[in-house]
Ligand binder design. Structure first.
Ligand code: F6R
Length: 258
């Protein structure tokens, strides 16, 4: 589906690295610089964070910067993109668990500043819960830096193909490709939840800076479509072409087709 969004005329070229390690170090450096800049200004650094394989090395580097180079996260406020629904936060496939294991347990972020959507609300409470999540983001003045991965179907967060570019935080149905890709984590398809809470595309594109990180050959086709293809709700990440605050950070394998 085409629409009235036009490509940003000053679209920057993707930032390319020879391997995933270098791309991840660069991404971590961007995040660390923002945190330090905000510290100098006496302000919170509001980070939008992703889960999945893509950001793992970024988080590893942030932990290293904390442990060996004195980077403090005391001014960081974090909002995660999404969480499966339903899933208990103690479940080791939950994104709360993922974030604790891959980042939060190793840094000095204040627990009260961590926000990961919790999906223990009953179905009748979800709408209000999602509105509250949006209000909390707005209450901190919006997201300063949003870290994104990309799904093989072009999703950002769990905004699956067909998601409106105006969408905000809500309960979503997971696409079959997303559920298949989650089998490696859950073991079998029937264990993969059918739904999730995800912040919306509108929520994401309000961020002041967006780093879309894509690593590896298996992302090459969708990255090419997202960057060079038509802007369409069938490829949710394609909307980012219109956004001047977006930087695509790619390793050579992900960039192979662009
Ligand atoms: C994760 C998220 C997803 C992932 C995407 C890529 O919080 O919102 O959009 O970023 O599915 O996943 P990986 O990095 O595992 O390939």
């Amino acid at each position: 589906m085409s629409n009235n969004y036009s490509k940003h005329t000053l679209l920057k070229s993707p930032t390319l690295f020879s391997n995933a390690e270098q791309a991840s170090l660069y991404t971590a450096k961007q995040i660390a610089e923002l945190i330090l800049e905000k510290q100098k200004q006496g302000l919170p650094a509001v980070l939008g964070l992703a889960t999945g394989n893509t950001p793992k090395k970024v988080y590893k580097e942030l932990i290293r910067l904390h442990q060996y180079e004195g980077l403090s996260f005391h001014n960081v406020v974090s909002f995660n993109l999404d969480e499966y629904y339903p899933i208990g936060s103690e479940n080791d496939q939950s994104y709360t668990y993922f974030m604790n294991q891959n980042l939060f347990s190793y840094i000095d972020i204040q627990p009260k500043n961590i926000h990961v959507p919790h999906t223990d609300s009953s179905p009748d409470q979800i709408t209000q819960y999602c509105l509250d999540y949006e209000s909390k983001i707005a209450g901190f003045g919006g997201i300063d830096l949003q870290l994104l991965g990309i799904g093989r179907n072009g999703h950002i967060g769990f905004n699956e193909p067909g998601s409106s570019f105006d969408s905000t935080t809500r309960l979503v149905n997971l696409d079959s490709i997303t559920r298949e890709d989650a089998i490696t984590d859950f073991g079998t398809l029937n264990k993969v939840p059918h739904q999730a809470i995800s912040i919306g595309i509108h929520t994401i594109i309000q961020a002041k800076k967006i780093l879309l990180l894509a690593l590896g050959e298996r992302k090459s086709e969708i990255i090419n479509e997202a960057i060079n293809g038509e802007i369409s709700i069938q490829v949710p990440a394609s909307i980012l072409q219109t956004m001047p605050q977006v930087e695509y950070v790619l390793d050579n394998e992900a960039a192979r087709l662009i």
